[in-house]
Design a protein around this ligand. Structure first.
Ligand code: IMP
Ligand code: MG
Length: 184
């Protein structure tokens, strides 16, 4: 891995070992909830991909996997609240027990829209799980049913989370140095 990527990180918030432990707790929580079911697990690309892969592998429940790519209108690091569907699911959610896997709940706009979308398509049940929660930045009153870690008002990268499409492949979660996204 490119060393410059590590140098752009101010501090490591979550190590690989901490992530592994918490993800297995999340998997056990989902297993208990999904007993006897064959859930459709939806990964919201691209941010949730690392979490999703580790989570479904840690689960004992047999699952169906599907993917959706969304993006917010506008640019910058602030979500506008208007979702653009870039790639839809390939399966129907009607009558299914759906697990929505998110990378981070920040303003909460994405989670609200995704919940509306999946419920509107007739999911039998909807369970939302987020790897990270950043409650200090919330604009709408929403939270995931299960959250692995709560973070402060800092810009986070790694383990799927990016800045300008970079750093997703970092195996840990870190805070990006301000100088990387300011004054450039
Ligand atoms: P929302 O503001 O809750 O709608 O979050 C929208 C999206 O913004 C998340 O799914 C992430 O992809 C992205 N995001 C929010 N905070 C961060 C962060 O600290 N680092 C990287 N991406 C973030
Ligand atoms: Mg995202």
């Amino acid at each position: 891995m490119e060393t410059q990527m590590h140098q752009d990180v101010e501090k490591i918030l979550l190590t690989e070992a901490q992530i592994r432990e918490r993800v297995s707790e999340a998997a056990r929580w989902l297993d208990a909830r999904m007993e006897g079911k064959f859930p459709l697990v939806v990964s919201v690309l691209k941010g949730s991909v690392m979490f999703f892969c580790d989570l479904v592998r840690a689960m004992k429940t047999s699952v169906q996997m599907d993917f959706m790519t969304i993006s917010s209108y506008g640019s910058g690091s602030v979500s506008s609240g208007n979702l653009k569907l870039l790639m839809d699911l390939s399966s129907s959610v009607e009558g299914r027990d759906v697990i929505l896997v998110e990378d981070i709940v920040d303003s909460g706009n994405t989670l609200v829209k995704m919940k509306e979308l999946l419920s509107g398509r007739g999911a039998k049940s909807l369970t939302t799980i987020a790897f990270l929660d950043k409650p200090s930045r919330r604009q709408v009153d929403v939270s995931a049913d299960y959250t692995c870690f709560t973070v402060g008002n800092e810009f986070i990268v790694g383990y799927g989370l990016d800045y300008a499409q970079k750093y997703r492949d970092l195996p840990y979660v870190g805070v990006l140095k301000r100088e990387v996204y300011e004054g450039k």
